[in-house]
Design a protein around this ligand. Structure first.
Ligand SMILES: CC(C)(COP(=O)(O)OP(=O)(O)OC[C@H]1O[C@@H](n2cnc3c(N)ncnc32)[C@H](O)[C@@H]1OP(=O)(O)O)[C@@H](O)C(=O)NCCC(=O)NCCS
Length: 172
């Protein structure tokens, strides 16, 4: 197992993990038609754009040289409410089903947090669907629920919870 900063060459592998993990994670939560239309090539273009940024916070985890998960983050996108008081944000973290439950997720969060700390980002949030059992992962890492909102995914209203870490020094 190896965690490293992602490069442009990882865009395709990240897109595959992204689509596959969405399908297994959100089956029965997000409408099936929405999951069916997710496209690796569209996601690959999005990831390429992200990876071309001069400064990006995208890391991958590899098993036997194959990418099986990723995390991406950056500046907090919230502009109002309690959640806007935090500096950084985990935008996405996804592992293939077979790579889950082995500590890789924790290692990805630590890699991101290390990078945040180097850049003076001292707190962070993450948004997760309330119906996703993986939200307990954030609780296990010390995140506290600070907000919630309703989002529309594929025509279905879903509740998202926001977890916050006032200080990410804990991860160091
Ligand atoms: C959420 C995810 C990134 C966590 O990574 P992981 O490698 O599976 O988690 P870890 O093995 O590092 O687990 C760390 C701790 O969180 C707990 N945890 C992880 N996933 C959990 C879940 N679904 N339910 C309850 N606890 C969970 C683990 O039990 C572990 O606790 P422990 O230290 O007491 O054993 C990964 O499971 C995943 O990709 N899930 C599907 C995609 C997803 O939901 N992403 C988040 C979208 S916001």
């Amino acid at each position: 197992m190896n965690v490293r900063k992602a490069t442009l060459d990882d865009a395709h592998a990240i897109a595959i993990v992204h689509v596959e993990s969405w399908k297994t994670t959100y089956e029965g939560i997000v409408p099936a038609e929405y999951l069916a239309q997710l496209s690796v090539s569209e996601k690959e273009q999005l990831w390429k754009r992200g990876l071309q940024q001069q400064k990006h916070y995208i890391f991958v985890v590899e098993e036997d040289g194959n990418v099986c998960g990723f995390i991406s983050g950056g500046k907090n996108r919230s502009t109002q409410g309690k959640e806007a008081e935090y500096e950084g944000e985990i935008y996405a973290i996804y592992l293939l089903k077979e790579a889950q439950g082995k500590g890789y997720g924790t290692k990805l969060v630590k890699a991101l947090v290390d990078d945040f700390q180097r850049d003076g980002i001292r707190s962070m949030v993450v948004w997760v669907l309330a119906d996703n059992p993986s939200r307990r992962f954030y609780e296990r890492l010390g995140g506290e629920k600070i907000a919630e909102e309703v989002v529309d995914i594929g025509g279905k209203k879903l509740t998202e919870w926001c977890y916050g870490w006032k200080s990410i020094e804990y991860f160091a």
